[in-house]
Design a protein around this ligand. Structure first.
Ligand SMILES: Cc1cc2nc3c(=O)[nH]c(=O)nc-3n(C[C@H](O)[C@H](O)[C@H](O)COP(=O)(O)OP(=O)(O)OC[C@H]3O[C@@H](n4cnc5c(N)ncnc54)[C@H](O)[C@@H]3O)c2cc1C
Length: 306
């Protein structure tokens, strides 16, 4: 017989652990299944989390796990590969073949950044190359920076980054940049634009470098870029039939965090266009409160009916 849980949480990072804490304290029997590949793993520090600014991301997660210890929350490391069933009767299959039953499911599987788009980006990711100025802008404030961007996002992204440093070079990597955006960036913001294709990104202990196809090089303290993102557990969402946002980058949920499939909740980066550790933790907690309310009502309705 598969083990029966009240709630299985798929993904045991910021959003999942936060949801588990609330559910554990609500006396729910919870299982977290986690494949241990959180998005901010390459970063040394997680910034902007109230009371925890600058704490290493792994340390935050370890503390989150340790504080689940008093509650009826199990943690299993592995990958959930299949979810089927309906509200109050879900069945989850792990990559080991093990099957687990759950009344409710919380998806907290995050998103992934495609750092393969530029040679060297994966190696620099989180250390010298960043996407979010709220996470990393303070550390490189007023320093020489490169922003690799083009097209529609170029003006809003580059002009926004000048809030942290005006010593910013825009590298289009031969991508498109219309004359209006080009004019505003160079004239209003006094930024330099380099259109030459990028051949390599690299870094030493003290600086980062953008190398171009004409053998020139730009030396900076940090590189900002927004690589494409994808939903980590897209196949689970397809199996369940959850509706995605119009842009396809996050799962649609209602105010309670429930997806369009009753009994399935989605939290953290995968369920929002805004991405931050504290937002992920907050959405995990919010969905857990609401899930428990729904569950109590459903259980009471069932016991009245029987
Ligand atoms: C380089 C970098 C640095 C960042 N720095 C900061 C910062 O300083 N401050 C900040 O607020 N935010 C930062 N962020 C954003 C932050 O990482 C995310 O907002 C946050 O991690 C989202 O948490 P989450 O729980 O939703 O997802 P994640 O942390 O990505 O966790 C998802 C978890 O689900 C697991 N999983 C996925 N699929 C399955 C499956 N099928 N079965 C089982 N488990 C599965 C994964 O292995 C992972 O452990 C940074 C992001 C990046 C890329």
């Amino acid at each position: 017989m598969p083990t029966q849980y009240d709630v299985v949480i798929v993904g045991g990072s910021n959003a999942g652990l936060s949801a588990a804490l609330i559910l554990g304290r609500a006396r729910r029997k919870v299982l977290i299944v986690d494949s241990q590949q959180p998005r901010n793993a390459p970063a040394q520090h997680a910034h902007g989390f109230f009371t925890q600014d600058g704490t290493p991301p792994d340390q935050l997660r370890e503390l989150g796990k340790a504080q689940l210890e008093p509650y009826d929350v199990d943690i299993q490391y592995g990958l959930v590969t299949n979810i089927s069933g309906e509200n109050l009767a879900f069945s989850l299959t792990l990559d080991t073949g093990e099957v687990i039953n759950a009344h409710k499911v919380i998806l907290a599987t995050g998103v992934q950044d495609d750092t393969s788009i530029l040679p060297g980006l994966s190696e620099l990711w989180g250390a010298r190359a960043y996407t979010c100025p709220y996470c990393h802008g303070w550390e490189v404030r007023d320093q020489p920076l490169a922003v690799i961007t083009s097209g529609q996002e170029a003006y809003p992204y580059a002009s926004f980054l000048t809030n942290w440093s005006q010593r910013l070079t825009v590298c289009t990597n031969s991508g498109e940049l219309d004359s209006e955006a080009r004019g505003k960036l160079t004239q209003q913001h006094n930024l330099t634009i380099i259109d030459t294709p990028i051949t390599q990104l690299s870094a030493s202990k003290t600086e980062a470098s953008v190398q171009f196809s004409d053998t020139t090089e730009l030396t900076v303290q940090g590189i900002f870029v927004r690589p494409p993102m994808r939903l980590t557990a897209a196949s689970l969402l397809t199996q369940l039939g959850c509706t995605l946002s119009e842009c396809g980058s996050y799962v649609v949920t209602d105010d309670s965090g429930q997806t369009t499939i009753p009994g399935v909740y989605a939290v953290g980066d995968m369920a929002s266009p805004g991405h931050a550790v504290i937002l992920a933790a907050a959405s995990g907690a919010q969905a857990a409160y609401m899930l428990n309310h729904h569950f109590v009502s459903e259980q009471q309705a069932l016991s009245l009916a029987s």
